[in-house]
Design a protein around this ligand. Structure first.
Ligand code: GLU
Ligand code: MG
Length: 451
């Protein structure tokens, strides 16, 4: 390990890199980090970097929420260990390299509050049962000119999805594409999205831990390019009530023996197992959303008719469905198929979110669940009676309802364990208390630039 790190130090120094930023994501989806001088990488790779345990109970405002089980005091230290396999010298910040980190106890054992190791162990447990998963994220964000009052001033205003729109931010777009490639990110596509100043980029599918790491690296890459062009970027789920929501849709597929269990065409998943995966996600959807779209902004984003997935149902290529089955085809191959979770955004910890998604989906496979009939329209436009008849209900839009849904889902509470669950709920409650005596727009404004 130390030898390998020493070799990396030489390489990084030759490229003019002075420091390595080691990153983790907190319970609010906010990346946190430590930067060390490049020469200390061998020591850091072996012993980690000392980090306080209180980050596990940081809320969205950087408030520290003591009182969660095992998190009563400011005492304690964990070690943040960089994953050298993911070390990337940053194209947009030439003096720095970047690596995701795992937090371990001082004796090197798994730390029960760490989220990245939960995803690693979830993936390992699936592998023991013969499953692998692929994950691809889409990231939407608002690009803004700087403003005195912190409002989003859309950096372009031309038609949605138009190449003309992007002309105004052409140099930024070029840098994002170039830096992403240099940073090893495989961008599927980039486009002007629906909202003013909103753009989207999609990341190529990868194994779950890589997908979560790359989601964090993509943020760093985009922010560095934006800073260079005097722009600001909001990854917040809803930057303002008068703007479009930023979905970070998570596309997942589950594989066994090299076969995509989701494979299928316009009729939906072609195997019982694939159908079970969809059914497992649907069964847990309100509890899942409490993890994959957990903030006040996440819930404000869930407006019917905005393609954010406000009601609990699934559909085949239905853009309004929180669970959209993305079909394969002759052109794309049936293996292209996957399930898109739309109730997913930047305020989720991506490691927790993917652990939860895979756990719920695989439970559906193993229990041979069958999903109800897919829905092709938008239940938000139906009468109440029609929704009731179809068994379609709105997803929770308050923290209390999200918490109740999560606590009622033993699969997900067991997955998190008392430590992660307790810390997660403590910060959710603190965020809700902050929001309780404020207008939603003021809460959105407070968190607009935090992700
Ligand atoms: N911006 C929408 C959201 O909040 C999604 C639009 C789309 O389907 O691309 O998730
Ligand atoms: Mg989109």
């Amino acid at each position: 390990m130390a030898e390998r790190a020493a070799g990396l130090v030489e390489e990084l120094r030759a490229r003019g890199v002075a420091g390595v930023t080691v990153v983790w994501a907190d319970n609010n989806g906010i990346p946190r980090s430590r930067t060390v001088p490049v020469g200390s990488l061998p020591g850091v790779a072996e012993h980690g970097i000392g980090v306080s345990t209180v980050f596990s109970i940081f809320d969205t405002n950087d408030g520290i929420q003591y009182g969660a089980p095992g998190r009563e005091t400011p005492s304690g230290d964990v070690r943040l260990v960089p994953d050298l396999d993911r070390l990337t010298s940053l194209a947009g910040q030439p003096g720095l390299a970047w690596a995701p980190g795992t937090q371990v106890t001082v004796d090197g054992s798994p730390w029960p509050w760490d989220q990245r190791s939960l995803l690693t162990s979830t993936v390992d447990a699936l592998a023991e049962r013969g499953y692998t998963a692929r994950v691809g994220y889409e990231l939407e964000f608002a690009v803004s000119l700087p403003s005195e009052d912190g409002a989003v001033v859309p950096a372009y205003r031309s038609p949605a999805y138009s190449p003309h729109a992007l002309l105004e931010i052409d140099a930024f777009v070029t840098d994002v594409l170039r830096d992403a490639e240099a940073n090893g990110l495989r961008i599927g596509q980039f486009h002007a999205e629906y909202g003013p100043g909103q753009v989207e980029l999609s990341l190529g599918a990868a194994d779950p831990v890589t997908a979560a790491d790359e989601q964090l690296l993509a943020r760093q890459t985009v922010l560095a390019a934006a800073a260079r062009h005097g722009l600001r970027v909001s990854f917040a789920p809803l930057p303002s009530l008068n703007l479009a929501g930023n979905g970070w849709h998570a596309h997942t597929s589950l594989w066994r023996d090299g076969v995509n269990l989701l494979a299928g065409g316009a009729e939906g998943p072609g195997t019982t197992a694939g159908a079970g995966y969809v059914a497992g996600l649907l069964r847990d959807l309100p509890a899942l959303a409490a993890i994959t779209a957990p903030s006040i902004g996440s819930m404000a984003r869930l407006r019917p008719g905005f393609f954010a997935g406000a009601y609990g149902f699934w559909g085949i290529e239905n853009r309004e469905a929180p669970l959209r089955y993305v079909a394969g085809s002759e052109l794309l191959g049936l293996d292209h198929a996957n399930v898109e979770l739309k109730v997913s955004d930047a305020s989720a910890n991506p490691y927790l979110a993917l652990s939860a998604i895979l756990t719920s989906g695989v439970a559906g496979v193993e229990e041979n669940l069958a999903p109800p009939a897919p829905i092709a329209s938008d239940p938000g436009t139906w009468k109440k009676k029609e929704r009731a008849a179809a068994g379609v209900t709105a997803l929770p839009t308050t923290q209390a309802d999200q918490e109740a849904a999560l606590l009622a889902c033993p699969r997900l509470t067991d997955l998190l364990g008392p430590e992660r669950l307790g810390a997660f709920l403590a910060v959710r409650r603190a965020d809700a208390a902050f929001a309780a005596d404020r207008e939603t727009e003021d809460v959105l404004a407070a968190w607009r630039w935090r992700y």
